[in-house]
Design a protein around this ligand. Structure first.
Ligand code: SF4
Length: 206
């Protein structure tokens, strides 16, 4: 099948990380081979249609007319499991700021402006070695498999990279666990670790 399998393209505000709150056109690609039980985009695992690069660019241009100066966020699913090289090149030719959200298992040498990497417990928090040199920020889901030792291992190789700790579920217990882990990291000397939250959940937006 030709093209890129797309789950949805929509406009909203970035809800996570350093660039939280920025007007964003999200391009959600379908498919991810990891299958995390807590995935908040399970609908993207199998559901989607194949679009040509030209069609995707055209849809982004339509959003740009209504929401000028937005960044483009390529997300998923896992976007690096598909052939997105041409799409990224064309977006950069248009002068757009392009961010990507990836689970860290893959790397492509493409001109992305902002790399958000969210390594997962199901792949032993693996981050591709070549990707490590590019990372802009790391997001970690706080669940029973994430602990100080894991964070130390990740942070040790990316000591100046912001690492956000985000609760797996937005409930009081998980917030408390997340905050305690954040405190432990700071006390342990990892000043690049930050407390994070999914702002879009609070606003009840995508
Ligand atoms: S890596 Fe991300 S997109 Fe893939 S299953 Fe896990 S949470 Fe979902």
């Amino acid at each position: 099948m030709e093209g890129i399998k797309i789950n949805e393209i929509f406009w909203s505000a970035q809800g996570e990380g350093v660039r939280k709150g920025i007007s964003s056109i999200f391009v959600r690609l379908a498919g991810c081979s990891l299958g995390c039980t807590y995935c908040d985009s399970k609908s993207a695992w199998h559901t989607g249609d194949y679009f040509t690069t030209e069609k995707i660019i055209s849809m982004i241009e339509q959003f740009e007319k209504s929401y000028p100066q937005s960044q483009v966020v390529i997300t998923g699913g896992e976007p690096l499991e598909q052939q997105i090289e041409e799409l990224v090149s064309l977006l950069k030719e248009k002068g757009l700021f392009v961010a990507i959200e990836t689970n860290g298992n893959h790397f492509k040498d493409i001109p992305i402006d902002w790399w958000t990497v969210s390594p997962k417990d199901v792949s032993d928090f693996r981050i591709d070695d070549k990707l490590r040199m590019k990372i802009s920020e790391i997001k970690l889901v706080v669940n029973d498999n994430l602990n100080f030792e894991v964070i130390r291992s990740i942070s040790g190789k990316n000591i100046n990279t912001p690492i956000f700790l985000q609760p797996q579920f937005p409930d009081p217990d998980r917030f408390e666990v997340t905050f305690k882990l954040f405190e432990k990291c700071i006390r342990g000397g990892f000043s690049n670790v930050r407390l994070g939250v999914q702002m879009h959940r609070s606003f009840n937006i995508k």
